[in-house]
Design a protein around this ligand. Structure first.
Ligand code: ADP
Ligand code: MG
Length: 413
């Protein structure tokens, strides 16, 4: 069924059409109708499957139906709790886009920014408050937010909230929200801890789980190639040069490596930008918006940016290093193939990382398809790198490495 045929406000249909959303994703198809009936929902769906709109569409619709003259002072119609600053902004933006033709008042609330504008906005009441726990508790205790009229609670990225230690905060929020509310619980993964939390805050929920057998979305084709550590940069160079139009995220293990890979690409004449914990919030924001707008096509990132954040139209994810936490594999490659799009992911695995690969495959429950390079192909990649300004020492080192590979390969045979 297309969104056009849904029994939702024409204002919502209009903005969905502008956003290019024609038909619902699986999770949206299942969640929206139950939420509109007023049910509590516990929804588990892989990253990139469109969970945000799965709750944003019905939350906006429900609030519109019960909104004779707008929110009263300091009140909140729906509270959406999220783990991070970035997510609060991103999700509020989705609400703003979908709610563009409605009069709903929507605010993203998070810490480490000036609270005065936030307080001012809260004064008149908001329909939808998308918040991280810290600042929200703070402003509530100062008397700027009134949750007595709140009708809906959404917990998004519940798994991440737990990882970040927000368990007690969530329990506290429940205490000051009205008992007669609707609760929507969204998570990419489910385990006993999440179940416990979920069942402590939702009532007889409708449980929706999308393809629980494979934690990777069906829209992503992913594979692994065996490449030795020191050769990886040449393969990256080759992949970028062979796919010059594609938008890609390259994941590395540490921030030092991120900067090194960027320098190596620079020597090969490839422009890229990095994002990691050594960058300020402002730098990260600028980098992400440049990448989002396609002004930079190669983003080199550590795991910090891998979860939840939605970057439009990523064609390819490269795991330059395998993630040490197996679970991050799913989050990383989930940056592509989002919504109704298709995506591709390739992981570079060196001999040292073979065990990490096994752990990832254990988590997935299957072996990742292996792409094979013929020996000739492999050696060609190393020989035809365009890296300029290589010092004589670099070249000698590369020759030595090259010989080593040859030796190792012979040994293996
Ligand atoms: P999740 O929270 O499940 O990781 P998001 O809600 O961030 O996923 O959505 C992932 C991407 O899919 C976003 O870029 C979003 O714009 C896109 N998307 C979501 N629903 C649809 C849809 N029905 N049609 C087209 N694109 C969609
Ligand atoms: Mg999400």
């Amino acid at each position: 069924m297309k969104f056009e045929e849904y029994r939702i406000s024409p204002h919502i249909k209009r903005s969905l059409a502008e956003m290019g959303f024609k038909k619902p994703t699986d999770i949206q198809f299942k969640a929206i109708k139950n939420i509109l009936k007023g049910e509590d929902v516990l929804a588990i769906a892989q990253t990139g499957t469109g969970k945000t709109a799965a709750f944003a569409i019905p939350v906006i619709e429900m609030l519109m139906l019960n909104r004779p003259k707008g929110p009263s002072q300091k009140s909140v119609g729906a509270l959406v709790l999220v783990p991070t600053h970035e997510l609060a902004q991103q999700i509020a933006e989705v609400f703003q886009k979908i709610g563009k033709y409605t009069p709903l008042r929507i605010l993203a609330l998070f810490g480490s920014t000036d609270q005065e504008p936030q307080i001012k906005y809260l004064e008149r009441g908001v329909d939808i408050l998308v918040a991280t726990p810290g600042r929200m508790f703070d402003l509530r205790s100062q008397g700027y937010i009134d949750f007595r009229m709140t009708k809906m609670l959404v917990l998004d990225e519940a798994d991440r909230m737990l990882d970040m230690g927000f368990y007690d905060d969530i329990e506290d929020v429940i205490k000051f929200l009205p008992k007669s509310r609707q609760t929507l619980f969204f998570s990419a993964t489910i385990d006993d801890k999440i179940k416990k939390l979920a069942y402590s805050i939702v009532k007889n929920p409708i449980r929706i789980q999308i393809s629980p057998d494979d934690p990777v979305s069906k829209n992503i084709v992913h594979s692994v190639v065996m490449i030795e550590m020191d050769d990886k940069r040449f393969f990256l160079e080759r992949m970028i040069k062979e796919n010059p139009e594609q938008k890609m995220v390259v994941f590395v293990r540490t921030k030092v490596r991120a900067d090194r890979v960027q320098a190596a690409m620079e020597r090969a004449g490839i422009k890229s930008e990095t994002i990691h914990s050594g960058k300020t919030h402002q730098e990260r924001k600028t980098t992400m918006s440049r990448f989002g707008a396609g002004k930079n096509l190669v983003l080199i990132a550590t795991d910090i940016s891998a979860r939840g954040v939605d970057i439009p139209n990523v064609d390819l994810v490269i795991n330059y290093d395998l993630p040490e936490e197996a679970e991050n594999y799913v989050h990383r490659i989930g940056r592509t193939g989002r919504g109704t799009q298709k995506g591709k992911a390739v992981s570079f695995c060196s001999t040292e990382e073979a065990e990490t690969l096994l752990k990832i495959e254990e988590l997935l429950g299957y072996s990742i398809a292996q792409q094979d390079f013929s020996e000739l192909d492999y050696n060609e990649t190393l020989m035809f790198s365009d890296a300029e300004n290589r010092t004589f020492k670099d070249v000698m080192k590369e020759i030595a490495e090259f010989e080593n590979i040859q030796k190792n390969r012979k040994k293996k045979k």
